[in-house]
Design a binder for this molecule. Structure first.
Ligand code: F6R
Length: 364
């Protein structure tokens, strides 16, 4: 049932090229960036968007915020569902509320959406599980089609959610006229490349490199993750995965925020994983890396293939397939999953049954 893999988690990590193919299947229409999502809502009727979710799905929502604001120029806010539901949120008829959930059953997310609906919002789910409670209550559902996810730590659902947000952003951007034919076509092309890029990221020599780095730092007591822009959520997701399955204390920050506090934690014992793949902010990320190294922190640098110039800034360098910045969170997340996976395995932890965690959280 684990298809020859030791764990469900590893099986699901390797299923990602197929899961992403299924997420995108039949939805990318033509070379002008038109997408067909079969969403029964009028994209021109929204003035703002509220995304609510928990855990990994919340981080997918943060990537969604970035993509939608960039491509469709609609203000987006993202909330942890357990906060949104109790903070008497300002909702209006021109609000689109989006729930993000693998299971479609997480009680806080479901209740947050009931709250949004009460306030007059139109509601949409970005959901994996067919026929789940959320899909029955929301106005419309964009299924991510990642297939059943058994491993407690979410992997393929995350990358499929992020890809679904890319399509949503394209849909909103194209129908609202904020995205040109050319930009649309370019992003659509980038989306189509995702399954292949993730397959590339899972090539044996690349996986072996991440395993090597993971094992080198497996006995660290703390970890810091840094990323910027559309990849700051990738850092949050990396820290969450590591905490969940290896029980190593990990924190994540948007790299530019480091000097406002967390820099005090840096010493020669602290591994700092930095997502520094190709981006318009890469130079800024590298200067944050120099701040870490000046304090003797150990930098694990994730760079795009071919970036030899920046390799000197890392104690350890991991190369990742080069991707369009807007889709890079999908490719980079795979590296975060593998880092967490091999750290936990090196420590002998049961990654499919992490202590204290359940797959679906249906109690408050
Ligand atoms: C992390 C993880 C959890 C879930 C969260 C939301 O690996 O699995 O953080 O992401 O409990 O679950 P869903 O997406 O089912 O609403």
């Amino acid at each position: 049932e684990k298809g020859g893999y030791d764990t469900y988690m590893l099986k699901e990590i390797y299923e990602q090229p197929q899961a992403l193919t299924n997420t995108l299947l039949g939805r990318l229409r033509d070379e002008k960036g038109e997408v067909d999502l079969d969403i029964d809502l009028d994209p021109r009727s929204f003035k703002r968007i509220s995304i609510v979710a928990c855990g990994t799905a919340y981080y997918a929502g943060l990537v969604g915020e970035y993509l939608i604001e960039q491509l469709a120029r609609i203000p987006v806010e993202v909330d942890v569902a357990s906060e949104y539901r109790y903070r008497n949120p300002l909702v209006g008829e021109n609000t689109l509320a989006i729930a993000v959930s693998q299971s479609g059953e997480t009680i806080d997310t479901l209740e947050a959406m009931r709250e949004a609906k009460k306030g007059g919002a139109q509601t949409l789910g970005v959901i994996n599980a067919k026929g789940s409670s959320m899909t029955r209550e929301l106005d419309s559902t964009l299924y991510i089609h990642a297939g059943p996810e058994i491993g407690v730590a979410s992997t393929k659902a995350y990358t499929s959610m992020v890809s679904a947000f890319l399509m949503l952003a394209l849909w909103l951007g194209r129908t609202r006229g904020t995205l040109s034919d050319k930009e649309g076509a370019e992003l659509l092309h980038a989306a189509r490349e995702l399954p292949r890029l993730v397959e590339e990221a899972l090539k044996p020599e690349r996986v072996a490199r991440i395993k090597e780095v993971a094992e080198k730092y497996a006995h660290a007591s703390d970890y810091l993750f840094l990323g910027r822009g559309v990849n700051s959520p990738t850092a949050f997701e990396g820290a969450l995965k590591l905490k969940e399955i290896s029980y190593i204390h990990a924190e994540a920050y948007a790299a530019g925020e480091m000097k406002h506090g967390p820099i005090a934690l840096i010493d020669e014992k602290l591994p700092v994983a930095v997502i520094a793949t190709e981006s318009r902010l890469l130079e800024k990320t590298i200067s944050n890396v120099q701040e870490v190294r000046a304090r003797a922190g150990k930098v694990i640098l994730f760079l795009s293939d071919g970036d030899e110039e920046n390799a000197q800034h890392g104690d350890d360098v991991v190369y990742l397939p080069r991707a369009h910045e807007m889709v890079s969170p999908v490719v980079n997340a795979v590296a975060m999953q593998l880092l967490a996976y091999f750290t936990a395995s090196a420590l002998g932890k049961d990654v499919d049954k992490p202590r204290n965690l359940a797959k679906s959280v249906t109690v408050e």
